[in-house]
Design a protein around this ligand. Sequence first.
Ligand code: G3P
Ligand code: CA
Length: 254
Amino acid sequence: KEKVVEPAVLEEPMIIAHRGANDRMNEHTLLAYRIAAQDGVDSLEIDLRMTKDGELVAMHDKTIDRTTNGTGMVSDYDLKDLKNLQTIEVFNNKTNVEPIPTLRQIIETFTDTEHYYIETRLINGEAMMEDTLIEILREYDLIDKGLVIIQSFSKKSLERIKELEPNVPLTLLFSKGKFDLKEAETSEFPIIGMESMDVNIKNINALHRKGKQVHVFFNDLDTQKQEQKRINQFNVDGYFTDDISYTKELLRIE
Ligand code: G3P
Ligand code: CA
């Protein structure tokens, strides 16, 4: 059984604001990202969905039911119709007057003052948002400035990104309980994202030995604090956090 913890790849773990400061404001809204930016996080996490008219918006779910006052699939709405909806503060079950932002709006708000950690998903099994995403990131020169990491559960999506932009750092995500060490160790991607349940000394050491960064996300909000405490000893390289101040406190960052 391994006892020695390998050094992290990064000197300090990255603090990534998962969906913005989603514990205090409607997730994936400009205000949620502003609060996270004010808190001094290292990166803003943005999930992407594509509207019927091909626009990229910040939204986690396939449907708008959980996070807005509307119903149905994002892909059945044109952007102008999505813009008429209000988003919901899921944590506190409140509706605030904060619209769904496009990726472009988020970038125009923060320009090069922030880093962006962007998640892509396949659409009907196909890599259909990647070309538009790269076009936007190029337009604002964010890739050359080193301000973007792209993450996905889909290798097909990451492979398409790599074809378009070989130099953007890529994170291969593994769903909770589906972590495969061999696959992660041998993958061509420099960063591995895994759920906290899959984090143990063996997995983290093995990935660090291969020079891979490990970024951890948390599916269970109730156990997130205790899980961060447990994981802190393994020198992971980044946390997608839903509680920025707790993560900073744990890492003793002022
Ligand atoms: O991107 C890391 C984490 O956000 C993955 O889980 O479902 O919250 O996008 P999810
Ligand atoms: Ca995500």
